[in-house]
Design a protein around this ligand. Sequence first.
Ligand SMILES: Nc1ncnc2c1ncn2[C@@H]1O[C@H](COP(=O)(O)OP(=O)(O)OP(=O)(O)O)[C@@H](O)[C@H]1O
Ligand SMILES: [Mg+2]
Length: 1023
Amino acid sequence: MKSLKQLCQPRKSVFDRARRDVVLDLTDLIENKIDPADFFEENWRTDGMKRLLKEAFRRFEGASQQGVFVLSQAMGGGKTHNMIALGLLAKHPEIRKKVIGDLYDTKGLGKVRVVAFTGRESDAPLGVWGAIAEQLGKKETFKNYYAPLSAPGQTAWINLLQGQPTLILLDELAPYFEDARSKSIGDSNLARVTTTALSNLLVAVGKDALANVCVVISDLKATHKSGTTQLNEALSDFEAEVGRGAMTLEPVGLNTDEIYHILRTRLFEKLPDQEDIREVAQEYAQAVRDAKQMDITSASPEKFAAQLVESYPFHFAIRDLYARFRENPGFQQTRGLIRLMRVIVARLYDQQYGRADKVALIHAYDFDLNDRETLAEIVQINPTLDNAISHDIAANGQAIAEIMDANLGGTDGEDACRLILVSSLANVPNGVVGLSLSEIISYLCTPGRDLSRLPKDVLGVLATKAWYLHSSREGKLYFKNVQNLVAKLKTTAESYNRESSRKELRAFLDGVFTPVMKDCYQAVQALPAVDEIDIISEKVTMLITEPYPGGSLNPDLQKYYSDLTFKNRILFLSGQRDTMDGLLETASEMKAIGHIIAEMEAEKLPDSDPQKVAAKDMHDKIRFRMLSTARETFTTLTFPQAEKLATADFLMNFTDNNYNGEKQIREALKGKQKFTEDVSGDTFRKKCEARLFTQPTMLWSEVKKRAATTTTWQWHRADALDLLKSDLVHKDQWRENGGYVEKGPFPAPTTDVQIQEWSRNDDTGEITLKLTPVNGDTIYYEIGATATTSSLQAQDPRVFLASEMEYSFLCVDSKGKHDTGAAVAWKNRITVKSRTYQDGTAKMVELRAAPDSPIRYTTDGSDPKTSGGLYGGPFSVPKGTICVLAIAEKGGVVSDVHRRDIGWDAKEELKLDLNKPVFWQREHRPKTTKESYEFFALLKKHQASLSGPQVKIVGKNWLELNFDTKLMLDGEQLETAVNHLREILTEGQVAVEAETIHFATGQRLLDWVKDVKTEIKAEEVKQ
Ligand SMILES: Nc1ncnc2c1ncn2[C@@H]1O[C@H](COP(=O)(O)OP(=O)(O)OP(=O)(O)O)[C@@H](O)[C@H]1O
Ligand SMILES: [Mg+2]
């Protein structure tokens, strides 16, 4: 590609500082100081100028009605330049053909009179009209209007101007009017008088007599000084007057290619032909095409080329970007641009800087901010951005973009920054600033530039480093005089000391490696000092330790490990790369962004706020960086295995910002067999018995301690050993006893008999036993001696009726699996019962032992065991006896002492006439058929009868027979009645209820009482 230097030759004026600032003035025209050839050499005929020249010459020939022209353009826009151009052509007929020959044939038109007034000459003593008259050599004509100054009328003007074609140029009237306002003339002022004078001139020019006079006025509005407090009325009036009949022309078409043409003409002496230009344009088009292939721009290569052909040797972006600051206060449109470009081009062609031979175009960003002159130009355009420039863009190699480029190679960062800077120079309210990513990419698209790294490596990195780069809501990047989040982050981060950054780093590492499942390791300690390390028997603790170049573990830690008791309770995560500074720096940023976000939360900034969004985004980025640095740093796991420390490579794998440290550590250690999830099967028991539970019997706490100290022991969930123990104890594979655990196999237990008392008959002393064979199936029993297999076999081993005093039982396992245990002895108990009854007036006591055994008793309260008499049958207790004490003994078994209290204090002495009939009022209720018939037999035996008894038969069905209480029934009658009833209801038990029994004599009642062994109470008897 042909370079700028090869194809274009700048004018000398570009390099000549003295000439750069020369501004031609109408005075130079009048005083003939301008060489027309030189002027037109550097002139570009804009459309506005062509129009002016053509129309003005038609006017000079009297061929046009249009005699007044207004040149409208902001400061430095080419107004004076157009006037000079016209003035020179008017004055110099010889150059007309060359300059405007193609536009208009001026035929034989001779010299045109040219008068010019520039408002800068505020001291014109005779007013504008005097100055004009003087230049025409007709000062005298207006003599009446000089003292005092007064406005010439139309005819006076006609008189002055008629005849030769004349050009009147009025420039810079606004400052003139401003000044004239303060010069009073009578009760008016010079401004008002000038308004009248010039208005009259304009009217006069409209007359036929002055049909060859042409007046050109530079825009009055455009040159208003901003900040003028009081609107200059006279000027406004004049403006209105001019507006009436004048033709307005724009010296330089804004947003047209004219600006390139002017720049080209003013800056370059020699430019290449179209062929070369097209070639350059094509190469750029190719670069765009390549970028399109990478899908990073949507610009059209053809359009790109076409635009470049028009703008060459400038990049077409210049027009739009430079137009953004056209309105900045103090910036002078065309003049300012020419000036700026001269500085830029001069720098490009500078011997040392020498970029002109490297580039093929002058791009929008091709200016050297490290060049004082260029910097001054830019700062003048927008003085607020000097901090942004010096921190982010250019500071003799120290700015962010420069450092970035030095690292990355190339100039992408600086170019992008300068481009964004140019787009951010507008300094007026609502000025357009900033460029979108795609705009930046397309404007930076040049042959040979690798655009692919722009979005991420260049702009992405810039966004995290530059202090004054901002992003608008629409995503446009721009520079602003306000520090951005990055700056705030950096300054906040820098305010933290190393210790607090370290704390943040520890918290971060703790956070990402905190165990949740806790089956592999149970605790984390990040970056502890050696004396802070706390290893306990119950937990595997992972220590995240500072990287140590040259070895996986710092010697201090190695020493710590060799002194450690719980050698199987430690795990190290470390590495060898010295990235500690980077980690700490990122940690301080992490802390800073946390602080910034917290501040935003405190200010109740909504989540949608772009600042907050950016802060959150930055938080994510920093976290990602933190993870990335951590990944580079912590690459080695060191853990105890087989009597020494083993290592495993460790690579933190994370997607986005999610990282589960524990999961990865588990996987890594599982791969190295240091950690296992398999803790339920028999293998785990075998491992435990082989490595920890090595003795037949051990303290369980010892077993667990061995797990903490034995490095061959694998890691597993923390409760695995306890679970294993309770499972095995349950299955009787292990046995636990007072903190000790014993491991099997255990000998089979011997047989045994379990004896339970089921029920006891207290009358007979017989006991029903329930016998259960243990570890056997056959039970032998023996009475009075020890049972052997020759003894009798208990038939139904479950229920055994024991009526003897002593038994022996032996259980045998007929399958022979269990050895026969000892015979089990069983002894019955002896119980004593007693009752008292009456025999005549005597009180009788009857004793009975169950089972039947000899009884000894006393009636005087002495111990029956030592002094008791042998019981032979019921005996009459001596009057006044308080209690009878009895004891039974048989076969060495002794009963408890039985006590029967004897009551003597009957309320009423029984008075019974033995010969008279008697009613005994005692309730008798036999409930079974047997009892009922015994009752009938008693009635018959003692010739007693019942009054009004009740008879029932109760079974599945029932019946009831009631008698009147006045009816008396003897035993015979009742039995007959019942027998009858039982014919009706054959099933069921016979029950009788009687309130009173009648005896024929008192003696009969006493016989009954003795017979059934009961006592009668006085109140029961009626005679
Ligand atoms: N058509 C052109 N060809 C070459 N140079 C031009 C052209 N138009 C304007 N210029 C240059 O632009 C600069 C500004 O023009 P000029 O001084 O005429 O502006 P102005 O409108 O009179 O400004 P001010 O408002 O400050 O008086 C000058 O250096 C001038 O030479
Ligand atoms: Mg001017």
